[in-house]
Design a protein around this ligand. Structure first.
Ligand SMILES: [Zn+2]
Length: 113
């Protein structure tokens, strides 16, 4: 089973926002800031099937299709997107330039092709 990386990432962002709101609703000690659980950990709590995040395989073209967002990709592309999205998520709180770095790198990779 292949889950749509774009939709999963969206669900993870939603879940993080929800966790942060719950955190802020509680009384916190001074200097204690919200820290979102790692991407993978949130991913484990998501009900892919219930949310309709399972991609459909088009056996003729060997491409996976997401009924929700329309993403159309091979298995390799799906894992590539998933990797980039999870990397983006885990570095976002650190430094924004990590993401920019990836973006620029992926652009120059494309130029080489
Ligand atoms: Zn999708």
């Amino acid at each position: 089973m292949v889950n749509c990386p774009e939709c999963v990432s969206r669900e993870i962002t939603k879940k993080k926002t929800q966790l942060e709101a719950e955190f802020n609703a509680e009384e916190q000690e001074d200097g204690y800031e919200f820290r979102a659980p790692p991407y993978r950990e949130i991913e484990d709590t998501i009900d892919f099937e219930g949310l309709g995040l399972i991609m459909k395989l088009d056996s003729a073209t060997k491409h996976f299709i997401c009924k929700r967002c329309g993403l159309y990709a091979t298995r390799e592309q799906v894992s590539d997107i998933r990797y980039k999205l999870s990397r983006k998520e885990s570095t976002k709180s650190d430094k924004q330039y990590d993401y920019l770095d990836w973006w620029q790198k992926s652009k120059s990779d494309k130029a080489k092709e």
